[in-house]
Design a protein around this ligand. Structure first.
Ligand code: ZN
Length: 470
């Protein structure tokens, strides 16, 4: 069955499929702004996207899905962090990118096919090119300080995705202007495409579009330009967290459609907020967790994955530490079940899966109904007396079960005979240190791993943990 997902623009559940003659499905999702560790709210969105990616890979076949997730490596926050640490911007963002990648590996996220960075010269060129087209078409204007703004009034369809007009008509409604940091725009809802350099930016500036000052791109144009450069003018699916719907995605649509004269994305999907202990996550409330915070408490990254995928992506999910205990115990059951099946099936070859777990896919493909999919998983495990299954049937059930694990991205192997969570956590830290070229810290962490009985083999962009032979 083809994957069906709710479309935030048409507000219908619609089938997904490639639209272009090459049969390649074009999938873009907004990535991280790299100035700090990602928190589990970020990861809820990335994990939901990972399940979408896995279902698309399965439906269309390898090579038929092109998945792009960007990195925002220049904005107010990244620049502020670099200035505070008195380091070059790229060094600071490089460190957080390495950390993000380590977290993604631990959570078993499939890497995107491309991960463009906003300051990469070839994408900066695409951004300034698009801004020049928007200026030429009259959709943008230069301000006296050399910045460039998008003229929202020039795009009548502005606000369709976020139902802006309906929201403004509601009594007492206050809809925030699209940009709050701009001071030389003609209209409150206009937003920056290019920001002229100001002293707070320090050494961070790039040549601007024609007739504009040197400076840096606005956040919204980054996604429009990077998706265009890699995937072309029309995407098959654009996703992100619901917090990006307005103004970020609304602005992406306006820029891209005015510039390219083509539909920007055929389908929009947004996952809902993650609450923590019933409240919005914030540092000051002490309820904002990173993956490190949770592994330090002894939870495995796979349990974090399980907990964050346990709710329906289009509803808010309340995260509590207790959810991780439940997730560890659910993973324990999955692991024990798999071990029994593997033992029972020893030596038998399965021609095809038994279909015992087909319902897991049925629920996932039906607008990503994760709670029902997990329900179907546990029903499947109870459907037969595993201890007395004939070898052939055990092998067929195992194949079916492993298919479901793969779609959900639950790596049971890692947790069973791989290194314990504490060792993996040290290894990730060592890898992050090495990526940040902090070799002294990396060596210290390697010694820590050796004490725990593990060696770390480094490759170009990944590593492997191996038990040190006594
Ligand atoms: Zn974006």
């Amino acid at each position: 069955m083809p994957l069906r997902l709710f479309d935030s623009l048409t507000r219908e559940i619609r089938e997904l499929g490639p639209s272009q003659p090459d049969g390649v499905f074009r999938f873009y999702n907004c990535g991280l702004t790299v100035y700090d560790s990602a928190h589990i709210g970020n990861f809820r969105t990335f994990l939901v996207n990972d399940v979408i990616r896995r279902l698309l890979d399965r439906q269309l076949g390898t090579g038929r899905v092109r998945h792009v997730r960007n990195l925002t490596d220049v904005d107010d926050k990244t620049i502020r962090r670099a200035r505070e640490e008195n380091l070059p911007l790229s060094e600071v963002t490089g460190k957080w990118i390495a950390k993000f990648h380590a977290d993604c590996r631990a959570l078993n996220l499939r890497p995107p096919h491309e991960e463009p960075r906003a300051t990469d010269p070839k994408y900066l060129r695409e951004q300034t090119n698009m801004i020049e087209v928007l200026l030429a078409k009259g959709n943008a204007y230069r301000s006296p300080d050399g910045s460039v703004y998008f003229k929202v009034a020039s795009f009548p369809a502005y606000g369709e995705l976020s139902r802006l007009k309906e929201r403004q008509l509601q009594p007492g409604a206050v809809v925030k202007p699209a940009a709050v940091d701009a001071d030389e725009k003609e209209d409150g809802s206009d937003f920056a495409l290019w920001k002229a350099w100001k002293p707070d930016d320090g050494p961070n500036r790039w040549p601007g579009p024609d007739g504009a000052a040197a400076g840096r791109p606005g956040w919204h144009i980054e996604c429009s330009a990077m998706s265009k450069a890699i995937l072309g003018v029309t995407l098959d699916l654009h996703t992100g967290g619901v917090d990006l719907l307005f103004p970020h995605h609304e602005n992406e649509i306006a820029q891209s459609q005015c510039c390219n004269g083509a539909t920007f994305s055929r389908h929009w999907y947004h996952s809902e907020h993650l609450l923590s202990d019933g409240k919005k996550m914030s540092k000051s409330l002490g309820n904002l967790y990173t993956l490190d915070d949770l592994t330090a408490k002894g939870f495995s990254p796979m349990a974090v994955r399980y907990a964050l995928l346990s709710g329906h992506p289009r509803r808010q999910l309340n995260f509590m530490l207790e959810s991780l205990h439940a997730a560890e115990s659910a993973l324990g059951s999955l692991r024990a079940y798999r071990t029994t099946l593997a033992t029972r099936s020893a030596g038998a070859a399965a021609g095809a899966g038994s279909g015992l777990y087909d319902d897991v896919f049925r629920h996932l493909e039906d607008d990503l109904n994760l709670p029902s999919a997990l329900g179907a998983l546990f029903l499947g495990m109870k459907a037969r007396v595993v201890d007395s299954l004939p070898a052939r049937q055990a092998a067929e059930d195992l194949l079916s079960f492993d298919g479901a694990m793969d779609a959900l991205g639950f790596d049971l192997q890692v947790a069973s005979d791989g290194p314990p969570a504490s060792v993996r956590e040290v290894a990730e830290r060592r890898w992050a240190a090495r990526q940040a070229r902090d070799f002294k810290a990396a060596d210290a962490l390697r010694a820590e791993l050796a004490l725990a009985g593990w060696g770390m083999l480094d490759a170009k962009d990944s590593y492997r943990l191996e038990r040190i032979k006594p």
